[in-house]
Design a protein around this ligand. Structure first.
Ligand code: SF4
Length: 429
């Protein structure tokens, strides 16, 4: 969601006559888009904003704006800690940035505008896509769930859905503009439409987006309690919907899941995973796991390892529990020792690595359809892209071709090497 907001900020600033600078040190306007979901990201963002005091001392006319979740949470108090910041704007008023910028440029000091909510969607603003062939398309913003560790409902507000028509209009325009892959976004895409239509219409919007002719569709994130059999059927039957699903489990222990307020159990989660693999045998499944939630015991952790083994994840984002002020979990007793958490974290990562390596090994000798992203970061003679399972695939660039001209096209790659986090092969078509 932050990437999408950042693309909209770039689009808005370009429409206001600004252009992208070669580096931050020479920029006249610097915009930070912050995230407060975890302490680490929060601290790092604020550390970077603080370090810009030195830039401001040398170039006092540089305007520093801070947006995103941290601004939404802290509002004007951010200026007390970081007085060199010129503009603070929240998650609900990205579209107001040009106006706030004019005020700061006119000499107003400490411009702060943080709204409690709005019905505007950042998608209706001009955008500059990071990759011309890929677009983020929010279908909902905010969240009506109350997972006890999570700050998102506080900084993004209650769930609001865009109308089906607005989403389809946007995707149709994107397809006409050459976009090959869209990612539908929402904190919980599966409840899409509940606020507008009285019941979720995610399966329907997925089919409608598929009917626009966009070659690839991804979506994130799915709450296991709301993923319907109807959605699974649409995924299974539509060739353009990637056979990849991010299904955060967070913990495998029923006791911890209850304390997290997740509304499913280990057994209902694994039964959902079973139905998914039955319907989509080549599904690439990914997840999020929190280690060290308050009171998590070794037995609870063993339950999480059991889920990891049975769900056969291709990828898992693992997080050490990070207390967020104002969430119910932060006030819970029984915080787990740091060394215990680190030990569990290391064991979990080893288990996930071994499962991912095993899954990838099964792809040796297969042909994978890859959407090319460009040259690999490590070797400019090698291109990098992703298959529909979101796996990174490398292949030598054919003689006489350049990575830039292949970016955004599909190639078929025969897999000759498999590793834990990427596959490699040769282009055969
Ligand atoms: S569903 Fe996701 S965004 Fe919503 S409260 Fe739970 S973890 Fe946070």
């Amino acid at each position: 969601m932050n990437k999408h907001d950042s693309e909209r900020v770039a689009g808005l600033l370009e429409s206001s006559g600004l252009s992208h600078g070669p580096d931050i040190a020479s920029a006249d306007v610097v915009v930070f888009m912050t995230c407060c979901v975890r302490e680490n990201a929060d601290g790092r963002a604020m550390g970077q904003v603080a370090s810009f005091k030195a830039l401001k001392d040398v170039r006092p006319h540089t305007i520093i704006a801070v947006g995103g979740c941290v601004s939404q949470r802290d509002g004007s108090s951010l200026l007390r800690e970081l007085p060199h910041v010129d503009i603070v704007f929240g998650t609900h008023n990205v579209g107001r940035l040009p106006e706030l910028l004019s005020r700061a440029m006119a000499g107003e000091r400490g411009v702060v505008e943080v709204l409690d909510g709005t019905n505007d969607f950042a998608s209706d603003l001009p955008g500059v896509r990071e990759h011309p062939w890929h677009a983020w398309v929010p279908i909902t913003v905010g969240c009506d769930n109350h997972c006890t560790y999570c700050i998102v409902p506080r900084v993004r507000g209650p769930e609001r859905s865009r109308t089906v028509e607005s989403v389809i209009d946007e995707v149709t325009r994107l397809v006409a503009d050459g976009v090959r892959e869209v990612t539908l976004l929402g904190q919980n895409v599966n409840s899409y439409g509940r606020d507008l239509y009285g019941q979720p219409r995610f399966a329907e919007i997925l089919s409608r987006v598929a009917a626009t002719g966009v070659p690839r569709i991804r979506f994130a994130t799915s709450h296991p309690k709301d993923l319907s059999d109807e959605t699974i059927a649409v995924m299974a039957s539509s060739p353009s919907i990637c056979k990849a699903l991010h299904l955060p489990v967070q913990s495998g222990s029923d006791r911890v899941l209850r304390a997290m307020n997740r509304h499913y159990t280990q057994s209902t989660y694994l039964s959902l995973v079973g139905r998914l693999y039955d319907a989509i045998p080549n599904l690439a499944l990914s997840t999020d796991i929190i280690v060290g939630f308050p009171t998590e015991s070794e037995d609870d952790f063993q339950d999480t390892l059991r889920v990891v083994r049975e769900a056969h994840y291709d990828q898992a984002f693992t997080f050490i529990y990070s207390p967020r002020e104002g969430t119910p979990a932060a006030a819970m007793e029984g915080h787990v020792d740091r060394e215990v958490i680190q030990d569990r974290f290391d064991r979990l990562v080893a288990e996930i690595h071994s499962g991912a390596t095993e899954n990838n090994a099964k792809l040796l000798g297969t042909t994978q359809r890859v959407l090319v992203e460009g040259a690999s970061r490590r070797d400019e003679n090698v291109l990098a892209g992703r298959n529909e399972g979101n796996k990174v695939i490398h292949a030598p660039i054919p003689i006489g071709r350049r990575a830039e001209e292949l970016a955004g096209t599909f190639v078929d790659v025969e897999i000759t090497e498999t590793h834990t986090w990427f596959l490699a092969g040769t282009i055969i078509g």
